[in-house]
Design a protein around this ligand. Structure first.
Ligand code: CP3
Length: 349
């Protein structure tokens, strides 16, 4: 049996995300595993993104790389939000510099036939990867993740990344019944994908609803949130759940109510404002602007100190960026940010 301090379920990440006070905030970075690391680029050479995601040896090594290099307090599972869609049979690819591209966009009721329920049999490699990782990581927690129904629906309906989400919104308002049926399928897939990772040993999960900031609060609550709730319920009571989207200043409270312990805040919203908007009901994650990592160190240091100080007011605070690491980020700066957060112990006041 691991001792209490060796148990990832007792790690700072898990405790802070549950809303418990810890001596200093845990820190990890969205997109920490990936293109900013030369060792990642070397390993990925000659293998496509989606192939890499299905090879437990590569997934394990890529997930561990930033943990070794930066000494972050959590690993994020190396995968992609479209992996479970591909696993159930959707024809798609991840195009470098573009993102996920779907061969035949979802447009009619007949397209529901292309979205069967996800079971563990579709993704034995994911179970294997998570199990291998949990063994290698020891006390460091692994964060599992899934794309949320809305963001997945947007890729399926638009056929790829979209600026305005016009086909998605046309479906949502033009055929609400089909929209809800689509999102019910996606919520099953997302929930099952989270549950498979938790059953294999992940200590926390993050539901990414990257594009949800394009919605009004009314539309979010009517057309999207019930499906996010369904996905999140698949791991309720098992591990802390983090919910993140971009441009969600107007949605933070509402996203908390989807059923999570921790709300991810993008870099546009000050943490104290996020705390007020969410009524202090959730732990917060965030929110250094990833573009600021290109500024001189004294600017970064001041921002990190401010965010950590503000985070102390929240029920729990997980230090992160306000969106993913930009590919051209100097990895040394990330290591320095981790060292700084680690040095900021208990509030002296
Ligand atoms: O380090 C980590 O965060 C873990 C791995 C991870 C990836 N994608 C790896 C990846 C995670 C958590 C994701 C989630 C993801 N994928 C999201 C939600 C998070 C967010 O950024 O809002 C979204 C919207 C996607 C869809 C997607 N996949 C995009 C937009 C891209 C970038 C396309 C590009 O090249 O600009 C991808 C590809 C992708 N996913 C890469 C990585 C490391 C780059 C592919 C490569 O290295 O060849």
């Amino acid at each position: 049996m691991p001792t209490r301090t060796d148990d990832p379920a007792q790690s700072r990440l898990v405790r802070a995300a549950r809303g418990e006070k810890v001596d200093r905030p845990p820190v990890w970075f969205m997109r920490q595993a990936g293109r900013s690391l030369p060792e990642y680029r070397a390993l990925r050479e000659g293998t496509t993104m989606l192939e890499s995601c299905r090879r437990p040896d590569l997934v394990t090594e890529i997930t561990l790389q930033p943990v070794r290099r930066h000494r972050v307090d959590a690993a994020i599972f190396f995968s992609d939000i479209v992996v479970p869609l591909q696993a159930v049979g959707v024809d798609l690819d991840i195009v470098a510099g573009v993102g996920p591209v779907v061969a035949e966009p979802f447009r009619t009721r007949a397209d529901l036939d292309r979205l069967p329920a996800l079971t563990a049999e579709h993704v034995p490699d994911i179970t294997e990867s998570v199990q291998m990782l949990v063994r290698e990581l020891g006390p460091t927690p692994l964060i599992g993740f899934s794309g949320a129904p809305f963001t997945l629906a947007s890729y399926l309906v638009e056929g790829g990344p979209s600026r305005n989400h016009e086909h998605t919104k046309a479906l949502m308002h033009g055929d609400p019944e089909l929209w809800h049926d689509l999102c019910t399928r996606l919520a099953q897939i997302a929930g099952a994908y989270l549950r498979i990772q938790v059953d294999a040993g992940a200590s926390a999960v993050q539901l990414f609803d990257s594009w949800v900031g394009y919605l009004s609060r009314a539309d979010y609550e009517a057309y999207v949130r019930p499906h996010s709730t369904q996905a999140l319920e698949a791991v309720a009571g098992l591990v802390p759940r983090i919910h993140f989207g971009v441009g969600t200043g107007e949605l933070l409270a509402s996203m908390g109510e989807a059923g999570v312990e921790c709300v991810g805040v993008d870099y546009r919203v000050n943490l104290l404002d996020a705390l007020e908007r969410t009524g202090g009901r959730y732990a917060l994650q965030g929110n250094l602007d990833p573009a600021l990592l290109f500024a001189p160190w004294p600017v970064i240091e001041q921002e990190v100190r401010r965010i950590v100080a503000e985070g102390r007011q929240a029920p729990g605070h997980v230090f992160n960026l306000g969106h993913g690491v930009l590919p051209s980020t100097d990895p040394e700066v990330l290591t320095r940010v981790v060292e700084l957060v680690h040095s900021l112990g208990e509030d002296p006041a």
